[in-house]
Write a protein of this length. Structure first.
Length: 236
């Protein structure tokens, strides 16, 4: 791997720790996906048990997410990520602002059901966000949450639950790709994954128990913190 690739990947917090631990850039991404799979799996299970997954919509999105994430993982080192990060920065800021301005967003579930148009649009969105998550992934959770809030008018809890299912699918696809290429370090990835799984379990249970009043402000805060982190990365 070239030095420029190492520098680009080292801008991602979890990947930075893995790079400094001596992993190659590709192995850092693969190991990061292992940890992410642990976290998203336990969140998905929690939301499933609480009945917060809209399977009639989500089951049609999963295959497109898997394909998108697989393709994203294959192209991760071939795009100038500075311009991508700049775009993501502005997108996350806009999402946070819209969430603050649109006070009714996500308060109630107003999903009208699966139509042909929704099936097509959701498939395209699932592929695009799957590709992005497989490609590198910062902010994927925010983008998925906002997709279900704005496009399908879910409440925050339903949006979070369905978003985690797709996030789990994209993590699995990317993880399999990296594993097949020998780019997953189990020694480093398993402890990180277990820690993230514990955190995800606590967070998802709190989200299900406390509902919209808990998730909405947390979502805004996390989006703004991520935007600040990316601003430092992009503009520094």
């Amino acid at each position: 791997m070239c030095a420029a690739t190492w520098i680009r990947l080292s801008r991602l917090p979890k990947s930075t720790a893995l790079l400094w631990a001596g992993l190659s850039p590709y192995a850092a991404l693969g190991t990061n996906k292992l940890a992410g799979t642990f976290a998203s799996s336990i969140s998905t299970l929690t939301y499933m048990r609480s009945g917060r997954i809209h399977w009639s919509l989500i089951r049609g999105m999963i295959p497109f997410t898997l394909v998108g994430a697989w393709l994203g993982a294959t192209t991760v080192l071939h795009v100038n990520q500075r311009y991508l990060q700049l775009t993501i920065f502005f997108a996350i800021v806009i999402i946070a602002i819209l969430t603050l301005v649109r006070r009714s967003l996500g308060k109630t579930n107003a999903f009208a059901g699966v139509t042909t148009g929704i099936r097509i649009s959701s498939s395209i969105a699932a592929f695009a966000l799957g590709f992005y998550d497989g490609f590198i992934g910062p902010g994927t959770g925010s983008f998925l949450l906002f997709l279900f809030l704005s496009a399908y008018r879910f409440d925050f809890v339903l949006a979070a639950g369905n978003g985690r299912v797709l996030n789990f699918a994209s993590n699995i696809a990317a993880l399999v790709y990296f594993a097949l290429h020998g780019e997953v370090a189990l020694l480093e990835g398993l402890p990180m994954g277990i820690a993230m799984m514990i955190g995800a379990r606590i967070g998802s249970k709190m989200a299900v128990k406390r509902g919209v009043p808990f998730i909405r402000p947390l979502f805004v805060v996390v989006s703004l913190v991520l935007a600040i982190k990316m601003a430092i990365t992009v503009f520094h």
